[in-house]
Design a protein around this ligand. Structure first.
Ligand SMILES: *Cc1c(COP(=O)(O)O)cnc(C)c1O
Length: 382
């Protein structure tokens, strides 16, 4: 919650900026690590959600591993205190340079997305005299029931190895000398709020585990990915971690002895971040009243990129509620944070918080329109 007391302090900073409530982040991390270890599960942090070093160091302090999708993320995770041996590296397009760097750092495993990638990793490992641990990222063809743009586990998208190609990839895996087979990896999408989707994923995992075990390929690690959604309507409500982990505990085949790990991004960091902005102008339109902020899609791209809706709060007004369309200053019509939303009477100079912006917020900021990159303020600094 952004209280009156915090608001008073935030008023002293130049806007726009990201405000991070580090106490809230720590509460979430202690819930997650408690609930996971109660069930014998491991949690990795999906770095792409927020790579701010202050946030990263706090997360590393809770003993989580790191899930990276670029070489820079791998190096950064290690710099921020994650154990290299607990770093996994996923992504459909790993470059040779990125693979070599990760081999030299000795990461836990590469999540491999194609046969050709497997060959390249082997070749580079041979050249460096290393053995690369790999998990096969399987596309389980499970519909995630989330936004179309953030679904990753169905047949028609670019991610993972299709079940139909698996037999061939496994043959190849057995032939490659500098590859150590570690296990399997899945990630079916993001902002998943219909948890029954994960029951379907468990079914696929059980089938695949059986199929692999029959071929003497029982996985050491099963990485079930991330995607647990957050409540954008209720920024102070924590994601349902216990319920989520229970689905895996209750639905994975009891004979599975593999290490089960999760890669959570959004559900760890979304709640703790808010984009703080000032109202520049209130402008009457033909059928709506525009509130024009000094923050826009350059600071928070999600609404423009995939019609995401964040809760908007006017921190400094308690006037009568009215309807406003809240927009940014960038020269694009999609630079809109909310249409016809209820806010207390809003005026130039009011301080506005766009909540649940701690994941896929700051990391997607751009300099479009030659705008300046925004700074960040941590609750510890207030
Ligand atoms: C993005 C990503 C995640 C994290 O997804 P969230 O929805 O933020 O939990 C996990 N694993 C992989 C491979 C990813 O690409």
């Amino acid at each position: 919650m952004i209280t009156k007391e915090i608001t008073e302090k935030l008023l002293g900073f130049e806007t726009p900026f990201y405000y991070y409530d580090t106490e809230m982040l720590k509460e979430i991390l202690s819930v997650v690590s408690g609930e996971a270890s109660n069930r014998g599960f491991h949690v990795h942090y999906a770095v792409k959600a927020n790579f701010n070093p202050v946030i990263m160091k706090i997360i590393a302090g809770y003993g989580l591993g790191a899930d990276c999708v670029s070489g820079n993320e791998v190096a950064h995770a290690v710099d921020c205190g994650f154990e290299a041996g607990e770093v996994v590296f996923a992504g459909v397009g790993k470059s040779d340079r990125e693979i070599e760097m990760a081999l030299n750092l000795g990461i836990r495993c590469f999540n491999v997305e194609s046969a050709s990638e497997l060959e390249v990793i082997n070749e580079l490992a041979v050249r460096l005299g290393k053995v690369a641990s790999v998990a096969l990222r399987i596309n389980p063809n499970v519909e995630a029931h989330t936004l179309k743009h953030i679904t990753t586990g169905t047949e028609e998208n670019k991610f993972g190895i299709r079940m139909a190609d698996l037999e061939k990839v496994i043959e190849l895996l057995r032939e490659l000398e500098n590859i150590h087979y570690k296990g399997i990896h899945f990630h079916i999408g993001s902002q998943i709020t219909d948890l029954s989707v994960y029951r379907n994923l468990c079914k696929r995992i059980n089938e695949l585990w059986k199929w692999l075990s029959d071929r003497d390929m029982e996985p050491e690690d099963i990485n079930v990915g991330g995607g647990l959604g957050v409540s954008y309507d209720n920024p102070d409500r924590f994601p349902p971690f216990a319920e989520y982990f229970d689905i895996f505990r209750d639905n994975l085949d009891k004979r599975i002895e593999s290490t089960i790990s999760f890669e959570l991004g959004r559900s760890l960091t979304a709640n703790c971040g808010s984009l703080i902005s000032r109202v520049l102008y209130v402008k009457p339109g033909a059928s709506e009243t525009f509130v024009i902020l000094d923050a826009g899609m350059t600071e928070l791209l999600r609404p423009a990129l995939y019609h995401a809706i964040h809760r908007i709060e006017n921190l400094t007004s308690d006037g009568r509620e009215r309807r406003y369309t809240v927009v940014g200053p960038v020269c694009e019509t999609t630079d809109t944070f909310g249409k016809h939303i209820a806010l207390p009477e809003t005026r130039r100079g009011d301080l506005v918080a766009i909540r649940s912006a701690g994941a896929y917020g700051e990391v997607m900021a751009s300099r479009y329109n030659m705008r300046s990159l925004q700074p960040e303020v941590f609750s510890d600094d207030l």
